[in-house]
Design a protein around this ligand. Sequence first.
Ligand code: NAD
Length: 476
Amino acid sequence: MTTTVQHLINGVWVGDPETERRNPADPGEVATISARGDESTVQDAISVAAQAQRAWATTPGPARGAILMDAADLLRQRHADVTRDLVREEGKTLAEATGEVRRAIDVLRFFGSHGWRLPGQTFPSSLPDTTVLSRAEPLGVVGLITPWNFPIAIPAWKMAPALISGNAVVMKPAELTPASATHLATALVDAGLPAGVLNVVHGKGSVVGAAIARDPRVAALSFTGSTQVGLGLHEVLSSRRARVQLEMGGKNAYVILDDADPVTAARIVAAGSFSLTGQACTATSRVYCTPGIREAFLAALAKEAERFAPGNGLESGTGMGPVVSEQQLATDLAAIKRAQEQGAQVVTGGAADGAFLSPTVLTDVEHHHDVAQEEVFGPVLAVLDIADYEEGLARVNDSDYGLTAGLCTTNLVHAHHFAANAQVGVVKINRPTTGLDLNVPFGGVKDSSSNTFREQGPGAVDFYTWSKTVYIGHDS
Ligand code: NAD
């Protein structure tokens, strides 16, 4: 069954569905067929958003929040269909997709309740009979551009703080996964979101995304995707002094020390590397082992990898879904081949059957090899040797990226030292690099992020608001 997807502009679904997206696990099936927007579609969306935003901004926070809460309830009622569509267009397993749709529901609830707690403060004044306060003002129209790998959770964690703060939104979901974000938008419309407050335009990034980024009526852009595209958008937004938030690629490292349990370490690393087919920005892709644990860790890792048997995400027994696209598969296989040319040994996996790439473990990798430096974005893990903790920390930090990093140890001193000194946005001690709660700040440093504002958690609204200081004298 094919899901048709249209643009949402001014509360109306428009555009002829024309772009086909095939199910990566079953290429004979057309998963979605979506409308293809252009510059004029984007301009229409921005115009109606600018108009709708004024009334939305004066709607009380709790009333805005009630709509987000109702949308969460609707998504909950529809979750079976939404989850199925997510698997069919993105490929992840049913369990992974179920978790992701639940995350979107919880994000709507979290920011819905935030309508009662929108920021604003009073301050003591040095002047008599004077009240000083700050107001958190919405920015106006904000643009959101999202990737395919979390096709409903990322739109939710951008949209919800933007809307609860009183902004209107123009959003562009990834071309590969148009249906998931559209389900989210549908729930918000059905919950009573006023026309024009949320607009969704589908189509190519270089056309639709670029048009959103350069329009002077868009006060801010929140982008998640590749570092290459993100840095280009940074230039565009900075040149017109608009606010920009970028969350981008990663080359996330794990350090395993001799004092750790090798089986536990393998479980943690495999979960971080192979769940979501390794297609998570936070996925573990390089591991540094001290000599005393290396062999036992590798043996346990090979066993753990068996639990990630690739297959169709809708079928029971599937441990890992397909690679999302032919292009991504070619990238993954090229990275494995290049690693072998540079001297790496494939000890597990390394081959694909159609879109199904086996979880792949490489050894004999040097820190300067491409596979230890460049993001692959697939289930490909490089295992490297280190002499001790100090060398491991240095290797972790010797990277262009800085999203997540982990340490497996029972040594408290090393755990705290690592937390203080790893140059990443998220540190995980004895936990997989993937997976964060929705109430904690999320983001990276270096080439992983604009490192301006964090996403998720209560602080997520900071990106979508500006602070106005107000003095009120009351002595007359
Ligand atoms: P991508 O950069 O190719 O695309 C992301 C979005 O940008 C898509 O909607 C795309 O259409 C749009 N886009 C592409 N070119 C554009 C342009 N010139 N102007 C405006 N928009 C444009 O990334 P992807 O392949 O969808 O996602 C994978 C990447 O996303 C990986 O690098 C991954 O690490 C990263 N990612 C990061 C996070 C994070 O939070 N740090 C989370 C998920 C994914």
